[in-house]
Each structure stands twice: as C-alpha cells, then as structure tokens.
Write a protein that binds this ligand. Structure first.
Ligand code: SF4
Length: 481
C-alpha cells in the first residue's frame, strides 16, 4: 500500500492509500456520524483487497458506495438526491458504474431500497461489510444483491482501515458497535444492533500503528463508548452469563482509556459519544490521571425537562445530570463539555422547553449540536407518539437555543484569552494560507501564523484574540518533540 499526496490540496496534504496492482476504481462517500466515516475506511480496506483503489472522480468509478445516515428524515432525503446525481452520471458519462448503499438507511429500508431506487444494485447493512466481495460478485453477474443481517460478534477488529480524506494527523478508532439504550426517538438500536465491544489488543495495535504512521490525535469511537466492556467477545447484555475468570479479566472503558494512554504517552486520546446514564466517574478520574487524554467530553442530554427525558427513555433526571457535570468540573476544572439537544419532541410544552434553556444556562456548554425532533419510522416514539409540536414552534425553539449556545460558546472561548495553550497543527487555516489551524485538548479550534512549524507539530500558542468558536494566537514554542 503506497501513499500518494494529492497535490491539488497541498495545504491539507490529503493522503490517498492506493495499491499499485489494483485496477478497479471505488468512489465512496459518507453521511452522518463519525461511526459511518470510520466504517467507510473499513469498507475501503475490504475493497482494496478486492482490486479497488479509491477515486474522488465519480465519472471514472466502477463502483460507487454511499454510506447512509437515517438519524433524521433530512439525512435520508440527502441520500436520495445523491442517487439522482449518480443516475445522471451513469446515464451521461459512466454506464458501467455500479451503485451500492451502506449504513443505517440501508439497514432500515432493506429490500425496499432496491424497489424504490432503481439505480441501486447493492444494499449492505453496517454489520455485513465483510460480505461485500460475495455481494459484488453477484452484482458483476447482473443480479441485485443484499445483506442486512445484524451481528452479535462483528467489530471489524481484524481489519486495518484505509484512511480516507485523511490529514495524516487525526484518526478515528472504533471500539464498540451497536447500542442497547432504547432512546425512544433513535433508530440506531434498530440499524446497528446490540452492543458489542472490540478486543482491546486489536485497538492498542491500531493505536500503535497510527503513531508509527505519524498520527498524533485519535478519537475512540462508539455510539455509546461508556458501556465498552470486553470479556472475550459477545454481546454486552450477555456479560452476566460470563465465567468468573472472564469477569475478573474484563476490560471496561476506563481501563481501555488507560491502556491507550499508556501505549502511546504522546498521542492525544479523545472519545465519543458518551451517554450520561452510562458515564462513570472512574472514566473522569482516568482522564485526570493522564495528560494525553484530552479534557473534553461530548455529553448529549437531548432535553432539560424530566418529563421529556422520561418520554425519551433517557435513564437519568436533570438533577442527576447536574451532579455529573459538577463532578466532572470538580475532577477536571478546565474540561470542555459539549451537547446534543432535541427540541419539539412529542408533547413538549413551553415549560419543558424552558427547562432545556435553564439546563443550558446551568452548564454553559462549550459547543453543541441542536436539532428539531424528526419522527423516525420504527422507533418507539415513531410508533406510539404523535409528532404534535407545530413546525413553527420547533423552529423558534431551535433558533432560541442556537443563539443561546453561541453566547455561551463565546463566554467559554473567552476564558482562554491571554493564556498559552497546546495546539496540534492539523491543516492550513481556511481563512489564510499563512496560518495553521489545529485544536487544543479541549477540542477548540485555534489559528496562528505558520512560522517554522508544520502539520503534526504540537505548538504552545499564546492566545491574543478569539471569536465565539475559534482562538487566535501567536506561537511561542514547540510543545512536544
Ligand atoms: S444512546 Fe440513545 S441516542 Fe445514542 S445511539 Fe443509543 S439509542 Fe441512539
């Protein structure tokens, strides 16, 4: 596998991993969460062993794979629009092109996808990517192919991902798959199956390999990383049936974090996504113990109202959430905290919404992702709760918390003014090719003049100014060799 630098984007130095003997071309694009982007790197690796190199040119592709998201209706509409685009390219420029859909929408729709979208030749669910070579053989013989079986074991731990659109500095490392929390608005448990964790040895091996290859910042990835639990393989829910030996030698999330931090003491370790009902303080204490575990926790809460949290089947109250926030800030005072929030969940009143506002006022998040409720077919809420909050009210509530979050982000970012922070250089600043852009351990973007520094350097930067989301400064010295 050799690396080819994409000259066009020198500033970002995107690396395309190619096999010189491969002759077929794969165009792969991903939508949705980081899990999907990480899965696409697994798929690219499986396809590389089947004679495919990745291309960024749709018109020359033999195979087009789109990794789909189903979290909101809008995400699915985006995919349908892309399929129209592929249809036009196939008709006008590339009649041999085959099209496959991967990910959560493929798992949700299954054979309906083949019926509804004639351009689609291949439908593959998130746990069936190893079957791609067989499925492609069927497609090459002119038949449609599908595999949407969810697995109890699959973690793809034995596959080395092919890094796609990589800056060569930051990478995702997936550690768990699936989710057992049945939040009533969420399709993930239906599209990604039950929770299972990856062998810690294969995770450490990937971390060591990434360090050797120059990566300096990794994110341990899962729908719900806090419930990571390795006891020799199998579903999380079957842990109680494990032997005493398996239980005694099991590895939970705080142990895994410690193993990763010790394996590469200079590698930045991040993780996402946490769930307040599963995050335990031993994880926060492990973060405090190791300098290279970054002080940022993405801690979706979704609502500030106890009544709505109950209706969402989120197994904690706002008071318990406040206690967790207080403990995090007691153990790690400069820990950045970010959120996911949904407004307009069925039956949400103005009073419920004001509970969300007051929760945000209490926490003052560094940043967040905020959405209006989107009814998902097959979910508990989708089946049993009427989507009764008018669209206009949903939109107004969303705008209110977006504005509030921007004000809080400004307050939190300003806390770093006149301080010196460690920044890992990731790429050229979007605004100026004389400046580098990178992130602090708190996941805050920082830009500063390039000077003699290069991508992959850890740099001490004195903060002189900021916007609501970006720190601006001057480099004062290297941080870590
Ligand atoms: S924790 Fe809830 S919201 Fe998150 S993936 Fe699982 S079911 Fe979905």
């Amino acid at each position: 596998m050799e690396k080819i630098i994409d000259e066009k984007k020198q500033g970002e130095a995107l690396e395309l991993e190619q096999v010189s003997t491969n002759t077929r071309k794969l165009f792969i694009e991903s939508y949705g969460c980081a899990m999907n982007f990480s899965d696409s790197e697994i798929v690219a690796s499986i396809m590389a062993n089947q004679g495919f190199n990745t291309t960024q040119n749709l018109e020359e592709a033999d195979l087009v794979l789109v990794n789909t998201c189903s979290i909101r209706d809008k995400a699915e509409q985006t995919v349908r629009k892309r399929l129209e685009k592929y249809n036009a390219v196939k008709r006008d420029h590339n009649p041999k092109m085959k099209v496959g859909v991967l990910g959560c929408m493929a798992e949700r729709l299954k054979t309906k996808f083949l019926e509804e979208e004639k351009i689609v030749d291949l439908v593959v669910g998130p746990d069936a990517y190893k079957d791609l070579p067989n499925l492609l053989a069927e497609v090459d013989e002119g038949r449609d192919a599908i595999n949407v079986i969810l697995s109890k074991e699959e973690t793809y731990g034995d596959i080395t991902p092919v890094r796609l659109n990589s800056n060569g500095v930051t990478a995702f490392v997936s550690i768990t798959r699936g989710c057992d929390n049945m939040c009533t608005f969420c399709v993930v448990p239906f599209t990604r199956g039950r929770e299972r964790s990856r062998d810690p040895q294969s995770i450490i091996q990937e971390v060591n390999d990434l360090w050797q290859r120059g990566f300096r910042d990794i994110t341990l990835l899962g729908q719900n990383v806090d419930s990571y639990l390795w006891y020799g393989g199998g579903l999380k829910k079957d842990f109680e049936k494990a032997s005493d030996m398996q239980k005694a030698t099991s590895v939970n999330f705080s142990k895994l974090l410690e193993l990763c931090a010790k394996a590469q003491p200079k590698m930045r370790i991040r993780f996402s996504t946490s769930n307040p009902q599963d995050l335990t303080l031993d994880v926060v204490e492990t973060m405090a113990k190791y300098d290279n575990i970054c002080n940022h926790i993405h801690l979706p809460v979704q609502s500030g109202s106890n009544r709505i949290l109950k209706a969402m089947n989120r197994l904690h109250t706002r008071e318990e959430y406040f206690e967790l926030i207080d403990n995090i800030r007691r153990i790690i005072p400069d820990c950045a905290i970010s959120q996911d929030m949904i407004v307009g969940f069925p039956t949400e009143t103005e009073e419920d919404f004001q509970d969300t506002v007051s929760l945000m006022e209490y926490v003052k998040y560094n940043f967040g992702y905020m959405f209006t409720y989107s009814e998902r077919p097959g979910t508990m809420a989708g089946r049993n709760m009427e989507d009764d909050v008018p669209e206009a009210i949903k939109k107004r509530r969303l705008q209110d918390i977006v504005d509030l979050q921007r004000a809080h982000s400004e307050i939190k970012t300003k806390e770093w003014l006149h301080k010196t922070v460690e920044v890992l250089v990731e790429k050229e600043s979007k605004k100026s090719n004389t400046q580098w852009s990178g992130r602090t351990p708190q996941n805050i973007v920082c830009v500063f003049p390039k000077g003699q520094y290069k991508i992959g350097d850890f740099v001490q930067v004195k903060i002189t100014d900021c916007t609501s989301a970006t720190l601006i400064g001057e480099a004062v010295d290297y941080s870590k060799a």
